[in-house]
Every structure is written in structure tokens, then in C-alpha cells.
Design a protein around this ligand. Structure first.
Ligand code: PLP
Length: 387
């Protein structure tokens, strides 16, 4: 009997080291990189086929993104039960470019913008870069390890005058999929204090089996809410440059359309044609591969519990409900903090430093498990060597 090959396990480290992306070019060949949010798997077959056909045709001119909104709306209907008018969807080069546009559209210069550390480090940067002010409402972790939004802290920030809230849903790095009830509370609070919400939903397609992602705009379609999404995380194509912004309130949709039209050179012109082609293929034809990926990631997030328990039991890790990022508390290991530095120096394994995600996070590290179980095992072995 022939054994079927598991595409998520049959990964060659030698081939990965031939890649030239940030993940594989930042460190030397003695270091195992598990830092930046980029996966090690081969492309989904429909995405690969679409890209190969485009390259064979020389279809790499200036991007024409007209079909992206309908492809995203179809994906959102199938995967999230979200009945979305493609007219509410706008293509942009990447999610962070969309966040910058949303900040400019929704807030005046200097406005307070709330974020929930620990959080994706560029959230701090984009708010400052766009001339707004970072307001922190840190997440809370309960005694069972479950991360929660601190509604009281959010309310304090909103009542003190913050004008926007940049929500990460699902959340990087803690991996929470916010429930519909939690999002209803967020929407109600934002409405009470007239706070606009920018909901970064880039990790939503990577919601693990058994959990349900709720788009914020499904809960608050008429509020000043802009959502962002992309095929780039789930289908591992962030270098190709294509994402979407969504606004469903009639007023905001018109305002967003007008802003993006006036900023063609800065926004639409920077969308990548290969990104458009890959995104349309992913959203229309990627479900089967995505389901297989999620089954693999679901196994791997639990494998990591076993590996950390066996090799570095002093770490604390709560398996994420979405995405392939493990947020690991190393405070019992390195009293001076900076665990990623120790892992790199002594173990030759590169994790993302927790300190980048917030000032409270110096003793944490983020590990990317979007790879084979053999590579995850090797990463943990190397971490254990550093302890
Ligand atoms: C929450 C979040 N938003 C945005 C991004 C980056 O997206 P893009 O490359 O489309 O700007 C990432 C990448 O890891 C992310 O985790």
C-alpha cells in the first residue's frame, strides 16, 4: 500500500534555507528561524497554479484588483457566514497600509487610539507614524491562562477621550478568537463613547477547528467600523501585496471610497498584480487546502503543549484558538527577561522577542509553529538547550 505524503509534514529544511524571504535570510544557517509570521509550507495548489499560469503568460503588469472584493465577499460568506456586499470591500496593498488609511479617515491628528498589548508591534508604530497617540488598554489573563479584553480599561480609555480603537481579531500574539458576545460588548462601548473601531481580521481565516470567528462588522454594520483582511496570512503570500478594507455603513463606505480615489498613487498603485491573482485563487478555490492546514495547525498547537511540558516545563503556554503563533511565558526561566536573546545566543533558535509586543512582555517570546512537527520539535530542543 502506498503511503500518502502529508504536505504539511514533508518539508525539507535544506529547501527552506534556499528561500530568500526575511524569515530565511535574517540569520545564518546555524539558526532555526521561528520568529516572523510566515509559514514554511508549500503554496496551496490553486494558488500555486494561478501564479504559475500568470508567470507563464507574463501577466505581471500593473495590478487590476476589480475582482478581489467579490472573491473576498464569497469567502466571507462561506467561511464566516457573513453576507457582505462586494461594494463595501476595497482592495489595498496590505493590511497595515489599510490601517494607516483608516486612521487618517476616522481620526484627527493627535487623536488617542486604543490598543490591547501584548499586541502585534507595528500597531504601536502605525499610530505614531500617522501622528496619533497610542493609548494602552492591556489584555488580562485569567488564572486558567485565558486571555480576555479588559472592558473596564477600554471604557476608561474611551471615556478619557480616545477616538479610535485598533482591535486585533483574532489576536496576535495571544491567539484569542473573540466571541460574538465579547464583540457585542466592544461595539456597544464604542457606540456609547462615539469611538471608531478598526478591526484587523487578518488572522480570521486561520481560526482553529472548534472555534468560531465573528466579523465585527456583522455585529456592528452601521457603526463607524473599518475591518481589514487578507489572504496573506492563511495562504502565506504576504510578499505579494494584496489585502482588503471593508466598511458597511453607507456614510463610511462613501467616505472610504472617496479617500482611496484621491490616494490612488499611494494605495491602489501599490497593490501587486501577483497578489491579486493569488488572492482571487485563494479566496475562490482555497478551502480544501485551508481546512487541511487548519487540521495540521490544530495538531501542532497541542504537540507544542507536550513538547514544552516535556523539555521546558517551567514555560507557560496556552494553545491559541487561531493562527500559528505561540505566546510563551518564560518568566520562570530567565529572571532578567529577554528570553528570545537567550534562546538565540545559546540555543541558535530565533523567536520573536516579547518586549516588542508591549512593555509588560519582556519575559515572553513568540514562537511560529507554522511548520512541520519535526521543525517544531527541533525548535523546542534548541530552546531547551538554552535553559
Ligand atoms: C495582526 C496583524 N496585522 C497585520 C499584519 C501584517 O499584514 P500586512 O503584511 O498585510 O500589512 C500581521 C502580520 O503578521 C498581523 O499579525
Amino acid at each position: 500500500m502506498t503511503k500518502t505524503v502529508d504536505p504539511f509534514e514533508s518539508i525539507s529544511l535544506d529547501d527552506l534555507r534556499k528561500r530568500t524571504s526575511e524569515k530565511w535570510s535574517t540569520y545564518g544557517s546555524d539558526v532555526l528561524p521561528v520568529f516572523v509570521a510566515e509559514m514554511d509550507f508549500a503554496l496551496a495548489p490553486p494558488v500555486r497554479a494561478a501564479l504559475q499560469a500568470a508567470v507563464a503568460l507574463g501577466d505581471v503588469g500593473y495590478a487590476a484588483s476589480g475582482e478581489v472584493p467579490a472573491a473576498f465577499a464569497a469567502f466571507a460568506r462561506r467561511r464566516f457566514g457573513w453576507d457582505l456586499d462586494p461594494g463595501a470591500v476595497f482592495a489595498v496593498p496590505d493590511v497595515m497600509a489599510g490601517v494607516a488609511e483608516a486612521l487618517q479617515l476616522l481620526t484627527p491628528p493627535g487623536a488617542g487610539v486604543v490598543i490591547n498589548p501584548p499586541v502585534y508591534p507595528p500597531f504601536f508604530d502605525v499610530i505614531r507614524h500617522e501622528g496619533r497617540t497610542v493609548v494602552e488598554a492591556p489584555l488580562q489573563q485569567d488564572s486558567g491562562g485565558m486571555w480576555r479584553l479588559d472592558l473596564a480599561a477600554l471604557e476608561r480609555a474611551f471615556s478619557a477621550g480616545a477616538q479610535a480603537y485598533l482591535l486585533c481579531s483574532p489576536h496576535n500574539p495571544v491567539g484569542r478568537v473573540w466571541s460574538e458576545a465579547e464583540l457585542r460588548d466592544v461595539a456597544a462601548l464604542a457606540a456609547r463613547y462615539h469611538v471608531a473601531v478598526i478591526s484587523d481580521e487578518i488572522h480570521a481565516p486561520l481560526t482553529m477547528p472548534g472555534f468560531t470567528f465573528s466579523p465585527l462588522l456583522k455585529t456592528a454594520p452601521d457603526q463607524p467600523v473599518i475591518a481589514l483582511s487578507s489572504a496573506s496570512k492563511a495562504f502565506n503570500i504576504p510578499g505579494l501585496k494584496c489585502a482588503v478594507m471593508v466598511a458597511t455603513s453607507q456614510q463610511l463606505r462613501a467616505d472610504l471610497q472617496s479617500r482611496l480615489s484621491s490616494r490612488r498613487d499611494e494605495v491602489e498603485s501599490r497593490i501587486g498584480q501577483l497578489g491579486v491573482i493569488a488572492t482571487i485563487a485563494a479566496f475562490h478555490e482555497g478551502d480544501e487546502w485551508l481546512d487541511a492546514l487548519l487540521a495540521h495547525l490544530d495538531r501542532t498547537r497541542h504537540l507544542l503543549t507536550e513538547l514544552l511540558g516535556a523539555h521546558i516545563p517551567a514555560t507557560r503556554y496556552f494553545p491559541p484558538q487561531a493562527t500559528y503563533l505561540a505566546w510563551i511565558d518564560c518568566s520562570a526561566l530567565f529572571p532578567d527577561g529577554q528570553p528570545a536573546d537567550h534562546f538565540l545566543r545559546r540555543g541558535r533558535v530565533a523567536l520573536e522577542a516579547g518586549s516588542k509586543f508591549g512593555k509588560q512582555c519582556a519575559s515572553w517570546a513568540r514562537l511560529n509553529f507554522g511548520t512541520s512537527s519535526a521543525i517544531v520539535e527541533e525548535a523546542v530542543r534548541r530552546m531547551a538547550r538554552a535553559v
